[in-house]
Design a binder for this molecule. Structure first.
Ligand code: C5P
Length: 216
């Protein structure tokens, strides 16, 4: 079996993490959620807002443990759940637009994918992090459906949310991510677009598995 990397990009709450995790598990690959890394740095920034980003990324210790799912540690503290809370979500696109932050994280992500065998999801994976990925998927879905999915997700996590606020947050983050100067969210030329509106998780997963099986 050929060892490959799979890049999964797309706008906020399009179901990328859920699908990427399932695909990785079924294909015996490692799943990496890069949004969690930007969220962890955002948490560090919120704790020390006066620090410039270059100093901040030098000071913090980020550890990612990937074992059928992902745990993320900021200075040895498990922040995997904390980074899903609203204060982080509200500020993450601003932090992710900073050059020092992107350089640091893209470097870590490229190390993680160097030996192949990784399903990585984010915004710039197919364009910047692994432009040579053997399979690139660009997942989209209607804003309404994305907000509904996020609402369920937040409710399960015990995070306060309402539908209208989620629609606004998703639209705001998409706009910031798509219009930022460095590595904006854009579909790679060779990415396969999947509109997951109205599709079940199972159906999206099976579609990506089928695409992967054509090349492994
Ligand atoms: O995937 P998730 O919604 O958790 O990502 C949170 C934020 O992190 C995104 O809205 C985006 O601003 C940033 N991000 C990014 N590049 C990535 C992954 C996430 O800029 N590769």
């Amino acid at each position: 079996m050929k060892k490959i990397n799979i890049a999964v990009d797309g706008p906020a709450a399009a179901g990328k993490s859920t699908i990427a995790r399932l695909v990785a598990s079924e294909l015996g690959m490692v799943y990496v959620d890069t949004g969690a890394m930007y969220r962890a740095i955002t948490l560090a920034h919120l704790a020390q807002p006066v620090l410039d980003f270059e100093t901040l990324v030098q000071k913090i210790n980020l550890k990612i443990v990937n074992d059928n799912g992902q745990k993320i540690y900021l200075n040895d503290e498990d922040v995997s759940e904390r980074i899903r809370e609203n204060d982080v979500t509200l500020n993450v696109s601003y932090v992710a637009s900073q050059k020092a932050v992107r350089e640091k994280l893209v470097g870590i992500q490229q190390e993680l994918t160097a030996a192949k065998g990784v399903v990585m999801d984010g915004r710039d994976i197919g364009t910047q992090v692994i432009p040579d990925a053997e399979l690139k998927v660009y997942m989209i879905a209607s804003v309404t459906e994305r907000a509904e999915r996020r609402l369920k997700d937040n409710q399960q996590r015990g995070i306060e949310a309402n539908f209208e606020d989620l629609v606004k947050d998703i639209e705001r983050r998409d706009h910031l991510d798509m219009t930022r100067e460095i590595s904006p969210l854009v579909k790679a030329n060779d990415a396969i677009e999947i509109d997951t509106t109205g599709m079940t998780i199972e159906a999206v997963k099976d579609k990506i598995i089928a695409l992967a099986r054509e090349i492994i």
